[in-house]
Write a protein that binds this ligand. Structure first.
Ligand code: COA
Length: 203
């Protein structure tokens, strides 16, 4: 494999590769084409971003970077896959290394997180270490006043109102976060249960 002929492209700028990318991922993790395409079409310049590894106009790899609201200095790398016939040729390592460069140099991140079930050794060879589970769901304080990508690319300015001068009472505080269900029937605070192995790496 000539690594110089490989390209790593943000999928949303290359719609012609959407379907081949969908097929590549679905060959590994079968899912409805509609659902998969919708997920891939969410790719954008800010996160989440799907990247494809392309050789000679063929999609031979994919991965997706997703924000972690509770850890803004990190992102989650998921759906890492290399075309079945091309595994074991260091393409997965190449893709991961390029994503780490992108995370550090473009996104200015300090870490990268992931979860896996079965590929722990592959990631360990790349320097990833075990860590507690993280959730990619929820919102961080800074994003609470932003519209979603679909609504607008502009940040909504939040101007706190003085209740006395505006005549309006301040908005009520947000409701408490729902507690994670516990198999023993009780709730354990800040505990995410998962059968996957979570790993991270400092960039
Ligand atoms: C996991 C995957 C992306 C690795 O890509 P790849 O191109 O085959 O990996 P590389 O050739 O870069 O391998 C790098 C090293 O990791 C090792 N490695 C790769 N997969 C491994 C595995 N499953 N278990 C143990 N070691 C593994 C390789 O032997 C190689 O070791 P070496 O440096 O000592 O020679 C690829 O196998 C794949 O697409 N798997 C199916 C999808 C998947 O499970 N993705 C991960 C989701 S968490």
């Amino acid at each position: 494999m000539n690594f110089n002929s490989l390209s790593i492209l943000p999928l949303h700028h290359y719609p012609e590769y959407l379907k081949p990318c969908c097929d590549l991922i679905n060959a590994e993790w079968p899912r409805s084409e509609t659902a998969r395409m919708m997920s891939l079409q969410a790719s954008c310049d800010s996160l989440p971003t799907s990247f494809i590894l392309v050789n000679d106009k063929c999609v031979i790899g994919h991965c997706k970077l997703t924000p972690i609201p509770s850890i803004p200095e990190s992102c989650f790398i998921e759906t890492v896959v290399i075309s079945k016939s091309l595994r074991g040729k260091k393409l997965g390592s190449f893709l991961m290394n390029k994503m780490e460069d992108y995370g550090r140099d473009v996104l200015k991140l300090k870490m990268m997180h992931l979860s896996t079930k079965g590929q722990e050794n592959f990631y360990a060879k790349l320097g990833y270490e075990l860590c507690p589970p993280v959730s990619i769901y929820g919102t961080c304080v800074n994003s609470m006043f932003k519209k979603s990508e679909e609504e607008s690319s502009e940040t909504v300015k939040y101007v706190p109102q003085n209740a006395e001068t505006s005549g309006f009472a301040p908005p009520p505080p947000p409701p408490p976060m729902p507690k994670a269900p516990d198999i023993n029937g009780s709730n354990q605070k800040n505990c995410i249960k998962s059968t996957k192995t979570f790993m991270f790496k400092y960039l």
